[in-house]
Design a protein around this ligand. Structure first.
Ligand code: HEC
Ligand code: HEC
Ligand code: HEC
Ligand code: HEC
Ligand code: HEC
Length: 581
């Protein structure tokens, strides 16, 4: 097989099984198929019960390990396939690499809806194994790419997989590429082929999937002009490159530094054999971001996976990311609280992450400020950004601040605007039909230079430069609020601002269900050990949404300030202190 591919490449004929959307990088039909994660678990898991540092268990609860099980993904996939026939092959490359490389994500070996995936969704070591060990550790920079292709890509999962016998490290299979160089450091080598890889100690390996670009539409500007730039859907990697955390930046930190933190445990080992002490040099496969919801859904719904502890660990890490490493919130009063008057306050949110806050997947994700003014008798005087946990509804009051990126469809014949609502005023989320941005007011990272890059600039929102002409945008946002203080307010008034993050809005979950109903999507075809589902994918998701807290928002950080009211009595006589702090 490898020889055949080599010969064909020699004659300049690249036989590709892949469809029109996924022609770059290694194509399906590997000479060496991907080994199941349990193969790695035998040595890279289950040995250090004191610390949760081993690659297997830490990876296994992550969203990457479960990207092919994620119910939100499957519901969104149906809409995408309905919008652009066959596009699912493109989605499955990143979300189901095992199936994709096996040729089961499009004809002739499969279909773009995932119905040809092999195995049960709630079982391990099959096509549902997500972004997996062997695939990630076979990714490489191709020094000899076929004509017209690049040696390394930074988008759309256009990855090169090592599919040849490893030259170093022995064995008769491809190298497992990683951070260690056993020869140079005279260490005990692994019992399998290995190779030191620069690619795996840099963010580049993440950049391959964490820039998502539309394969069907270009970005259209406010006046409806095609910019010629392929529509940027996610730009996490590029945002990072354009920040102080990026290469050569003042606070250089890779994706790995924040998402695969080094354990402080000592001694510590990467493998059951415990042959090399990795104290100070063992990256934990956390891959935790903002998702605290889906891991809990998977934990509850798929007990057959036996990953309860792993899902809890991922959730705890994601909470730590959100609550301790994402943002600071500060509240300042500009005017005194006067009963019967208006109190002016400002809320400043500063982004501490290595990319926009929030970043990545835009549809349905939102972060907002909940601001509350409470008086001395505990009466809620006023609130902005009120969220009702029972219904999942966020009240969009006049002063609300919601940080989000809202891609939409440019309405050429009608409004001449970037539509994000349908005729009934409901939100629409057409991932693969989108070609414009109604808004992107997500907070830039420190040192952000992307202010006039069409792919990453804020849209319909302004972030000032750090100083005039610096070309660098500030990494914070300031929102003013005018708070009416009732006549009977009791001193002191306390204003508290809390930043909330929600993985999936009610608008999104409801849209997916509407699409499923309107287009009569079929019942989910993916088998479970518990039997075949009797609902559509969107119905399954909606049901989970209702049963698992409607993707409850996470309180990220709160700032508060107390201001004492000047209480005005009926005769105009003032009493009380007017100081604020
Ligand atoms: C998304 C890609 C990705 C996936 C999936 C992944 N790894 Fe890794 N792995 C890495 C990177 C990157 C490093 C190097 C981190 C560093 O040194 O900063 C690494 C390091 C390692 C190491 C060296 C020791 C260490 O932990 O630093 C081992 C062993 C390893 N991985 C095994 C596994 C196993 C087993 C799995 C599946 C359970 C897995 N990896 C899944 C990217 C991945
Ligand atoms: C280039 C790789 C890539 C492609 C192609 C891709 N995705 Fe994703 N997708 C990602 C990454 C990376 C994330 C996580 C980003 C984040 O969390 O911000 C993600 C997240 C998602 C989520 C959010 C899941 C959750 O639990 O919050 C959904 C839904 C989704 N993708 C659907 C799709 C669909 C449908 C397609 C095809 C139309 C697709 N993706 C194509 C990489 C990809
Ligand atoms: C029979 C035991 C065994 C199995 C099974 C095993 N490994 Fe390893 N592996 C090791 C040992 C031992 C090391 C050395 C660990 C160290 O240096 O700390 C290692 C190291 C590695 C490294 C680091 C290589 C480098 O140069 O940095 C990677 C990557 C890796 N393994 C990936 C995998 C993957 C992926 C699987 C499953 C497909 C797997 N291993 C299965 C024993 C094993
Ligand atoms: C300085 C630390 C830091 C660096 C560097 C960093 N991140 Fe993050 N990242 C975070 C924190 C904290 C969060 C949680 C807050 C959030 O969701 O944005 C996060 C969230 C995420 C999410 C969840 C997306 C969302 O907002 O919903 C993804 C995906 C992600 N990071 C990927 C990456 C990738 C890929 C890189 C490298 C290109 C990277 N990160 C670099 C700290 C960092
Ligand atoms: C093969 C494609 C691929 C590669 C390579 C990859 N990712 Fe991902 N990543 C994904 C997909 C797909 C998801 C979303 C899964 C979902 O939510 O359903 C994801 C999700 C994540 C999340 C969780 C986001 C959240 O909302 O909680 C983090 C964090 C993350 N990736 C970090 C990384 C880092 C760090 C690297 C590099 C070491 C990396 N990824 C490499 C495809 C990839």
């Amino acid at each position: 097989m490898a020889v055949l591919a080599g010969l064909l490449a020699l004659f300049g004929v690249w036989v590709s099984l892949a469809g029109p959307f996924t022609t770059n990088g290694t194509q399906p039909g590997l000479a060496f198929s991907l080994l199941p994660p349990s193969n790695c678990q035998g040595c890279h898991g289950d040995y250090d019960f004191a610390e949760n540092v081993e690659p297997y268990p830490t990876w296994s609860g992550s969203m990457m390990a479960n990207s092919t099980r994620d119910p939100l993904f499957w519901a969104a996939l149906d809409v995408a396939n309905n919008d652009v026939a066959g596009i699912g092959d493109w989605c499955l490359r990143c979300h189901a690499p095992k199936a994709w490389f096996s040729g089961r994500s499009e004809p002739p070996g499969g279909t773009e809806d995932g119905c040809s995936l092999v195995g049960n969704l709630d079982a391990r070591d099959n096509d549902f194994t997500g972004v997996n060990c062997h695939q990630c550790h076979r990714m490489m920079v191709n020094d000899n790419p076929p004509k017209g292709q690049e040696s390394v890509y930074f988008e759309n999962g256009n990855m090169w997989l090592d599919d040849a016998v490893c030259a170093s490290g022995g064995g008769s299979e491809p190298c497992r590429r990683g951070p260690y160089n056993y020869t140079a450091n005279m260490e005990n080598p692994p019992p399998h082929p290995w190779a030191f890889s620069d690619y795996h100690v840099s963010s580049d390996v993440c950049g391959n999937c964490h820039n998502v670009t539309s394969p069907v539409h270009n970005l259209v500007d406010e006046s409806g002009q095609d910019t010629g730039v392929p529509f940027p859907i996610e730009r996490t990697f590029k945002e990072w490159q354009q920040s102080d955390f990026g290469p050569g930046g003042a606070s250089e930190q890779s994706c790995l530094d924040c998402h695969m933190q080094q354990t402080e445990a000592s001694p510590v080992f990467a493998c059951l054999q415990q042959s090399n002490d990795r104290s100070g040099n063992l990256a934990i496969h956390q891959f935790a971001g903002a998702n605290t919801w889906i891991p809990q859904v998977l934990k509850g719904e798929y007990p057959n996976l036996s990953r309860e502890d792993a899902f809890d660990a991922t959730t705890a890490w994601a909470l730590d990311m959100l609550q301790n490493r994402s943002a600071t919130v500060e509240v300042t009063t500009l005017t005194e609280a006067e009963s019967g008057g208006t109190m002016e306050v400002e809320v400043k949110v500063t982004n501490l992450t290595g990319h926009k806050l929030p970043t990545g997947y835009p549809e349905g994700r939102r972060m907002w400020l909940n601001v509350r003014a409470v008086d001395g008798a505990d009466n809620l005087l006023w609130e902005s950004g009120a969220y009702d946990a029972a219904t999942g509804v966020l009240t969009e009051d006049a002063q609300i601040k919601i940080y989000r990126s809202e891609p939409g469809i440019y309405n050429e014949n009608g409004t001449g605007e970037c539509d994000i609502l349908d005729g009934d005023g409901d939100h629409i989320f057409h991932f693969v039909r989108n070609n414009c941005y109604a808004i992107d007011n997500r907070i830039p990272p420190l040192g952000f230079t992307g202010g006039s890059d069409l792919e990453t600039e804020p849209k319909n929102y302004t972030y000032p430069e750090t100083s005039p002409g610096s070309g660098i945008l500030v990494n914070y946002d300031i929102t003013p609020y005018s708070i009416p203080i009732p006549l009977d307010a009791v001193t002191p008034v306390t204003v508290t601002a809390t930043l909330n993050f929600q993985i999936a809005s009610n608008h999104y979950v409801e849209f997916l269900l509407d699409q499923s109903n309107e287009n009569s999507f079929p019942n989910d075809c993916l088998p479970r050990t518990t039997g075949m589902p009797t609902m559509t994918r969107a119905e399954i998701l909606y049901d989970m949404w209702e049963r698992y807290g409607r993707a409850a928002p996470v309180d990220m950080d709160a700032g508060n300030v107390q201001a004492q009211t000047t209480v005005l009595f009926a005769d105009g006589f003032e009493s009380g202190d007017t100081s604020s702090w």
